[in-house]
Design a protein around this ligand. Structure first.
Ligand SMILES: C[S@@+](CC[C@H](N)C(=O)[O-])C[C@H]1O[C@@H](n2cnc3c(N)ncnc32)[C@H](O)[C@@H]1O
Length: 406
């Protein structure tokens, strides 16, 4: 019996498809027994279900769940196991409030849970099915994480939002909460989100050496990472502070922005003020040389007199921040290229080699699309014409370089 649901289906839709399919394929009369009968037989397993961002989730009682799966392991016929799974899926459909006071709940995305159950039910051998049951038990009862993040590898399939490809096509910037695109040159919140989720654990420390409007700080606060930003412009320091203050700090982390030049800040002294000696992730989103002039300050990288000077200044900032980054942890640099006098200036790769001279190895390189600004959108036709005449390509991407400190 192979029954597959469309991945986007909600729990209800998924279940509906599944029932129809099972009934058709197996002429399974038992499959239409009344819900009432079953409820009196089985204790309620499900607590409240919730829908967040289009994903329906259920909270389940972990010990009851494990007991149920352990019971499946004693079944010695594949058809009986499939029947038990079908019963269980009906319970998902008919879940009720669980009253157990000291129960520990485990949260599941409905689509994922149903997919897991279907994988078991569609196994061709009992041995294989029980292997999947074991895996499900581990997913409920054990958390297995790596050294540098909190991703539970026993439930890795549920991390749909985490990127693992080197090409990111992000069609819409996250505009939730206080995030806005108002600061010309700020990055999409998805970048610090991805980086903190992959390369830090909750409670660790993140440094952003080009804070701007504080996108990294906002994400850090939401994700429970202590985050410090450095920014040259006083007005942007104030602006970022206001944004961060307007977001709830549910994890009660330390989030702060400090005015200064990232090449000169004494990071050790700064971290000591928070009782810290080091950080576990550094994020750098420098000006892309002179594409956007951010201020009149000569220490501002957008005022570097030449590409060579820009690279030197960038190198000094990397050297300075590297002193407080833990060994084996990551530095992220987000940067794009530029055109000058009809030539493509590979700022991204030039910056990359500048960093690699400084005891960092390149772990990954992501190419990310960038959205058109509203100004560029209205001028799209004009740019296309210019590109055809001039024989060049219009910038549509930037880079996210991921370096590991040796
Ligand atoms: C590309 S923006 C960063 C935007 C930021 N990621 C955000 O989402 O808002 C670069 C920022 O670096 C700041 N900056 C430039 N040179 C600096 C330096 N030497 N030290 C600290 N900040 C600097 C600029 O004022 C600007 O706000």
């Amino acid at each position: 019996m192979r029954v597959r649901e469309p991945p986007q289906a909600t729990c209800n839709e998924t279940r509906q498809l599944w029932y129809t399919s099972v009934a058709k394929q197996n002429k399974w009369a038992e499959g239409v027994r009344s819900m009432k009968q079953r409820d009196t037989r089985n204790p309620p397993l499900f607590a409240v279900s919730q829908r967040t961002g289009g994903d329906e989730t259920v909270q389940l009682d972990a010990s009851q769940l494990v007991a149920r799966f352990e019971q499946w392991k004693t079944i010695n016929r594949l058809s009986s196991l499939r029947r038990a799974i079908a019963d269980f899926k009906r319970e998902i459909h008919h879940r009720t409030q669980l009253n157990g006071a000291d129960s520990t709940y485990v949260r599941f995305n409905c689509v994922h849970l149903v997919n897991e159950l279907d994988q078991i039910a569609s196994s061709l051998t009992l041995e294989r099915a029980l292997y999947y049951v074991d895996r499900l038990i581990k997913g409920v009862s054990e958390v297995r994480t790596g050294a540098i993040n909190d991703i539970n590898l026993n439930r890795w399939k549920e991390y749909d939002a985490i990127q693992t490809d080197s090409l990111w096509l992000i069609d819409r910037r996250d505009g939730s909460g206080v995030h806005t695109a108002d600061y010309w040159g700020n990055f999409v919140p998805q970048i610090p989100y991805q980086m903190m989720m992959r390369y830090t654990k909750k409670g660790e420390w993140v440094l952003d050496t080009f804070n701007g409007s504080g996108t990294t700080l906002i994400e850090g606060q939401r994700l429970g990472r202590n985050t410090i930003g450095i920014e040259l412009q006083h007005r942007m320091v104030d602006h970022a502070k206001k944004l961060v203050a307007a977001e709830p700090n549910t994890h009660e982390v330390m989030v702060d922005v400090v005015q200064g030049d990232s090449a000169r800040i004494d990071y050790k002294a700064l971290l000591a003020e928070y009782g810290q000696q080091s950080v576990q992730l550094v994020i750098m989103h420098p000006p892309y040389f002179d594409i956007i002039k951010f201020s009149d300050d000569t220490s501002d990288l957008s005022n570097a007199p030449s590409v060579e000077n820009f690279l030197e200044m960038m190198g000094a900032i990397v050297d300075n921040a590297a002193q407080v980054l833990d060994k084996g942890r990551y530095l992220v640099v987000v940067i794009g290229d530029k055109y000058a006098k009809g030539e493509w200036i590979p700022l991204g790769f030039q910056t990359m080699s500048e960093v690699m001279k400084r005891g960092f190895s390149l772990k990954s390189l992501v190419v990310k699309n960038f959205e058109d600004t509203s100004g560029k959108r209205t001028q799209r036709e004009l740019w296309r014409y210019r590109a055809l005449v001039g024989g060049f390509y219009i910038f549509k991407h930037e880079y996210i370089f991921l370096f590991k400190k040796q």
